[in-house]
Design a protein around this ligand. Structure first.
Ligand SMILES: Cc1cc2nc3c(=O)[nH]c(=O)nc-3n(C[C@H](O)[C@H](O)[C@H](O)COP(=O)(O)O)c2cc1C
Length: 364
């Protein structure tokens, strides 16, 4: 029976185990969205031989910031400073993919070039979404502006540029963040996309944006190094869809036919960074398993045992862990030895110094 500790083919690589670090925003890039030495230490602590890390969501262009103090990958200095992280992870024999992020309407004029309204598929304010501003306050998102076709195309091109930049920074691949109500998810789901052009209306049109992003990234590094993260049936950041099974099933099939490197699916029992339904059975990856035959990664509320069970039944190939990996830097080894886990402290998730970031000790 396959378990978390069996190897797994992954694009051009072979992973030695299946315990993946989920992408985790930690808001410690204080100087012009530059990654830091402390971030390199944090990732190094979580790296393992043949293990995969996915970086925190990383902004691809100046209009992409949902919050202040998150890292980016579009200036020469940001690209250069990511090197400390990728070198540290590689020195431990691990792999690291960069998660590509554009917040779309989940932003605020104070975070936008020229303080204009944030770009979105349609001018619909996201309910319940907020942005962290440079002064440290958390404010509700305001009404965005609908992107014209030229901006849709230039944004897709920005993903390709960010992919090139990620390679220059030493990453092994990229993950397109199309989950949790950020820009590609806003296009995908019909509650946030009321467009009447080729990027709105039918599911084929709404999925065009993320498909074209994936193809643009693949033109740079090959499809086998590109992954996509989705969160079916998850209203985080105010998104909704009238027929999620049809929408996300279509996305999975289209990604399958293009031989996407991997598909990463978040369970609806977790919404963003909080539990919604503790103990609910995993449904998302299982549902899409029949549509996607490449590497399928599940995330959201998994333990060692439930991750092993999903892999054993073939419901997914890999399991990404978020909150437990924050407080257990050696999580794969703790799972391997079935050691006790250190509980996480939510108050240090976002911002601050090394406390609750690089201060959790390894047990092994
Ligand atoms: C502090 C924190 C930051 C997060 N940042 C991101 C992010 O940058 N990108 C993303 O796709 N998901 C993000 N998530 C969601 C996690 O990747 C993951 O899906 C979620 O925590 C559920 O997994 P878990 O139950 O193992 O924690 C974040 C979650 C937390 C707790």
């Amino acid at each position: 029976m396959t378990s978390l500790f069996d190897s797994c083919p992954f694009g051009p690589f072979e992973l030695e185990h299946r315990v993946v670090l989920a992408p985790l925003t930690r808001m410690r890039a204080f100087d012009e969205a530059n990654p830091t030495e402390l971030m390199a230490k944090y990732y190094e602590q979580r790296a393992s031989r043949g293990g995969l890390l996915i970086s925190e969501a990383t902004v691809i262009s100046p209009s992409g910031f949902p919050h202040h103090n998150v890292p980016a990958v579009y200036t020469p200095s940001q690209i250069r400073q990511w090197r400390a992280t990728t070198d540290a992870v590689h020195a431990k024999g691990g792999l690291i993919y960069l998660q590509l992020w554009h917040g779309g309407r989940t932003s605020h004029p104070k975070l936008q070039p020229g303080e204009q309204a944030p770009p979105a598929p349609s001018a619909i304010t996201p309910k319940g979404a907020g942005s962290r501003l440079p002064d440290g306050t958390q404010v509700p998102c305001e009404q965005p502006r609908a992107m014209d076709l030229a901006e849709v195309r230039s944004t897709i091109a920005d993903y390709a540029t960010a992919t090139r930049n990620a390679m220059d920074a030493g990453f092994d691949g990229v993950e397109v963040h199309s989950a949790n109500g950020y820009l590609p998810d806003q296009f995908l789901q019909d509650g946030s996309n009321h467009r009447t052009d080729a990027y709105g209306g039918s599911v084929e049109n709404r999925a065009r944006f993320v498909i074209e992003i994936v193809e643009a990234c693949a033109d740079v590094i090959g499809m086998d190094r590109v992954g996509v993260r989705i969160s079916p049936q998850n209203p985080f950041n105010g998104v909704s869809d009238s027929d999620p099974a049809a929408t996300f099933g279509y996305v999975a099939r289209e990604m399958n036919s293009r031989k996407l490197g991997y598909l990463h699916v978040i369970e609806p029992r977790v919404r963003g960074n909080v539990d919604h339904e503790v103990g609910a059975a995993p449904v998302a990856a299982r549902t899409l398993r029949s549509e996607f035959s490449g590497p399928l990664m599940a995330a959201g509320g998994f333990t060692r045992d439930s991750g092993n069970a999903l892999i054993a039944e073939g419901g997914a190939d890999l399991v990404a862990y978020g909150r437990d990996f924050i407080s257990n830097p050696d999580l794969p080894e703790r799972f391997r030895q079935n050691l006790e886990l250190t509980p996480y402290d939510r108050s240090t998730f976002y911002g601050g110094d090394e406390t609750g970031y690089t201060t959790y000790p390894a047990a092994t």
